[in-house]
Design a protein around this ligand. Structure first.
Ligand code: C2E
Ligand code: MG
Ligand code: MG
Length: 743
């Protein structure tokens, strides 16, 4: 760069047209500016000094440097030590153009512009006021160029008298603008260099620069921290000083081969700290050719990724393992199962999938608390793992559900021994935090390839077999059978046909009277759904409601039942009794699938909320869901009454009865059918009735089949009865006829 400057300065054209004193003045001028640059003053100051120096060489004139803001296409004063601030302010923002004064023209035309009279020259048209206000009578301006010749501003001398430059003056301007150009360029480069060195120094990644022989030339602070080597210790050493010896020479040959070929390599390696500790690192090598391309440097950067690897591992564990027991979770279980199925298919062996559900685990949880429940699950997991081989998989799906894959069985009998062992192990007492708990297990078993070929179906089979084990009295195992498959097929067929049933109007309601036991009046009925199947005849809800509950169908069916019942109750209120009520059954799934609009519908039909009683089961109130609470409250606000159906069969808790403003308890028919005998059921019924009355509820006895049951219930003070003794469920028409015969 310095060579360039001197060449340009020493031999500018016209230099020898100058007189000797002029030549020496110019040389002196150059000398002084160069000194300023060499001494490393800041560039604004250098420009200001150049202005002051040139002003010393021309009386009655002031110098200025303006720079072009390329983005905004305007010029601003950069240095003008002798120009008043007010003038500077007015010059700032000058747009280069044919009327923009000497500087605006110099940049616009990209050539020197010498104007003798600013007051009448058209080139000063747009800023003439400034000339007048600050007494600038003539102005000579020279473009300032970057090294590439691009115009970046102007260097000007403004005089307080009319004049044109002599050769000497032109030379001065030429020299000044040239050096200013170089100085500004230098400043830009210095700033960039400064920035690069800051980035280098402060990067959180270790960076080293190596020469073409892979000898380290320079390192940054992070490298010192990550490797333990100081600059003194490492500069001059081969780059391999930071890498682990666990990689072979071949490994590095490959890396450097790829750097040579593509200029770049990036990947994971093991590095070695100064004191020998090894750590995983993410390494990037980039080759940087030198200016003339004859050789190259290497930019090598890396970071210690130990923490990242640890957190990746944690994330992976969380996604694949159960945090309580440490067993594989559902995700991992499915992965292993598909992997094992592939393996077994190749070898021709068998595989068993066991679905294990602990019996009565909920009771342990409820009576001893969750921490004991958790401890039991951990212990159960250990026992299960102890029953199988290393190559088998024990997983926890969630709650008290475990699954096991028994691999590489030669025949189905091999599974039996392990299953019996599991049953035995789980029956042994659990000593947990000084508490003693007992559980058993129900196990469902299915085989690949005999029972199914896919993971999903195997799991469904095992699940179904497990339910069969539960139904067989628990603490036992049940193998998936073809009759279970049949049951599944029937269920899916019903699910399919049920979709059409609603559309084809195959569903209808029957109404069963609910009799006031004191008066004998019938002002209530329960709506019970039926399905008129084209081939199978009448199908009862027990066969299809649970299937509808497995899909969104239950919501549609439920809404249909509600609307039917509403139309019916409107008719019976109009024709029979204005207080007539119809009870409808609402399954828990209906509460959770969406917020119902039943109350609005009643309002639209101009019916009182009391027209409808909604029957729910106790279990709905156990695991209380936000939507359940909302809907129950909206029913209460609207006057819609709520009954607990099948009371006594669920997990009875008295506290919620009050909490949710329940209006009726319907005692389950299993208690009523035993009333005549000397069973405890009579005492239970009596207790329920007394308690309900204390809490302000009425009681309905379900399944009243005999007169003696009715009499006993009346004696106990039961409010209502429903059952075959009074009437079976009837069609609307028959119900009306039935009403005619009763009071
Ligand atoms: P639930 O609500 O407890 O209805 C009483 C059931 O007992 C009815 O069976 C009824 O026919 C039967 N029953 C009535 N009196 C007697 C009697 O004296 N002796 C005997 N042995 N049984 C009697 P159904 O109609 O088969 O309904 C069964 C269950 O299906 C209902 O039990 C209810 O939980 C459900 N269900 C019925 N309709 C609907 C509905 O529209 N939606 C929903 N989600 N479930 C419904
Ligand atoms: Mg009911
Ligand atoms: Mg019932």
């Amino acid at each position: 760069m310095n060579k360039d400057i001197t060449q340009q300065i020493i031999a500018p054209t016209g230099y020898f047209d100058l007189t000797n004193p002029e030549q020496s003045k110019i040389l002196e001028f150059q000398q002084e500016i160069l000194e300023l640059i060499v001494l490393g003053n800041n560039y604004k100051e250098i420009c200001e000094k150049i202005c002051l120096l040139i002003e010393q060489l021309l009386d009655n004139a002031v110098a200025s440097v303006m720079l072009l803001d390329k983005g905004k296409q305007c010029m601003n004063v950069f240095a003008a030590p002798s120009i008043p601030a007010e003038c500077v302010t007015r010059l700032n923002g000058l747009r280069p153009g044919p009327e923009a004064g000497s500087c605006g023209n110099a940049v616009f035309r990209q050539e020197a512009v010498f104007i003798e009279s600013t007051l009448d020259d058209p080139r000063w048209q747009s800023i003439r006021e400034i000339a007048i206000d600050f007494n600038i009578l003539s102005c000579w301006s020279m473009p300032v160029r970057s090294k590439g010749g691009e115009c970046i501003g102007s260097f000007a001398l403004s005089s307080f008298e009319h004049r044109l430059p002599s050769v000497f003056h032109r030379k001065l301007l030429q020299v000044g603008s040239f050096i200013i150009g170089i100085a500004l360029e230098q400043q830009k480069m210095n700033e960039q260099l400064h920035l690069s060195s800051k980035v280098f120094e402060n990067s959180p990644e270790a960076i080293m620069i190596a020469d073409e022989n892979r000898v380290i030339i320079s390192i940054n602070k992070a490298l010192n921290i990550i490797t333990g080597f100081s600059a003194e210790e490492i500069v001059g050493k081969p780059t391999s000083i930071v890498t682990s010896i666990r990689h072979s020479t071949k490994f590095f040959q490959k890396i450097w081969g790829s750097v040579k070929q593509s200029g770049h390599w990036q990947g994971e390696v093991w590095n070695r700290h100064k004191f020998g500790r090894e750590y995983p690192a993410w390494l990037t090598i980039t080759s940087v050719p030198n200016n003339n391309g004859s050789s190259c440097y290497y930019l090598i950067n890396f970071s210690n990724i130990t923490d990242k690897k640890k957190s990746d591992e944690i994330i992976w564990r969380q996604a694949n393992y159960d945090s309580l027991t440490g067993l594989p979770n559902r995700n991992m279980f499915y992965d292993r199962l598909s992997h094992d199925i592939r393996n077994v298919s190749r070898t021709g062996a068998l595989l068993a999938v066991l679905f294990i559900d602990l019996d009565r685990f909920k009771e342990v949880n409820d009576s001893f608390g969750h921490s004991v429940g958790d401890a039991l699950l951990i212990e159960a997991a250990k026992r299960l793992s102890g029953c199988v081989r290393e190559t088998d998989t024990v997983a926890r799906l969630g709650g008290d559900e475990f699954t096991i894959i028994l691999n590489g069985l030669t025949d189905q009998n091999c599974a039996e021994r392990i299953i019996q062992l599991i049953l035995l192990e789980l029956t042994k007492p659990f000593y947990l935090n000084a508490k003693l708990a007992y559980v058993t297990a129900s196990i469902g078993v299915t085989f690949f390839p005999a029972d199914a070929g896919s993971t999903e179906i195997l799991m469904k089979n095992a699940d179904q077999a497990m339910y069969a084990a539960k139904n067989n009295g628990r603490n036992c195992c049940s193998y998936f059978t073809s009759s279970m498959r049949k049951a599944t097929e029937i269920r899916s067929r019903i699910a399919y046909e049920l979709r059409h049933a609603l559309r084809e109007q195959q569903l209808f309601l029957m109404y069963q009277p609910i009799v006031n036991l004191t008066t004998g009046y019938i002002h209530k009925a329960e709506a019970l759904i039926r399905w008129q199947h084209p081939e199978r005849g009448t199908i009862y809800p027990i066969e299809f409601i649970s299937i509808a509950e497995e899909s969104s169908l239950i919501a549609e069916i439920g809404d249909w039942v509600f609307k039917q019942a509403v139309n019916q109750v409107a008719a019976w209120q109009a024709n029979y009794n204005t207080n007539f009520q119809i009870s409808i059954n609402k399954s828990p799934k209906q509460f959770i699938s969406k917020m119902s609009d039943w109350v609005d519908h009643l309002h639209q039909k101009k019916l009182k909320g009391q027209s409808i009683i909604v029957e729910i089961t106790e279990n709905l109130l156990l695991d209380i869901h936000e939507l359940v609470v909302k809907q129950l409250l909206s029913f209460r606000d609207a006057g819609v009454q709520v009954a607990i159906d099948d009371f006594g069969t669920g997990y009875s808790s008295l506290s919620y009865l009050k909490k949710f403003d329940i209006d009726y308890l319907k005692i389950d028919q299993s208690f009523i059918s035993n009333l005549d005998s000397k069973s405890n059921d009579r005492i239970l019924c009596e207790a329920v009735i007394t308690m309900a009355h204390r809490l302000g509820m009425k009681v309905v006895a379900e399944g009243v089949e005999t007169n003696s049951q009715k009499q006993l219930l009346i004696a106990m003070g039961c409010d209502y009865g429903q059952g075959y003794f009074f009437s079976k469920p009837l069609s609307a028409e028959n119900f009306e006829a039935f009403l005619q015969q009763t009071p």
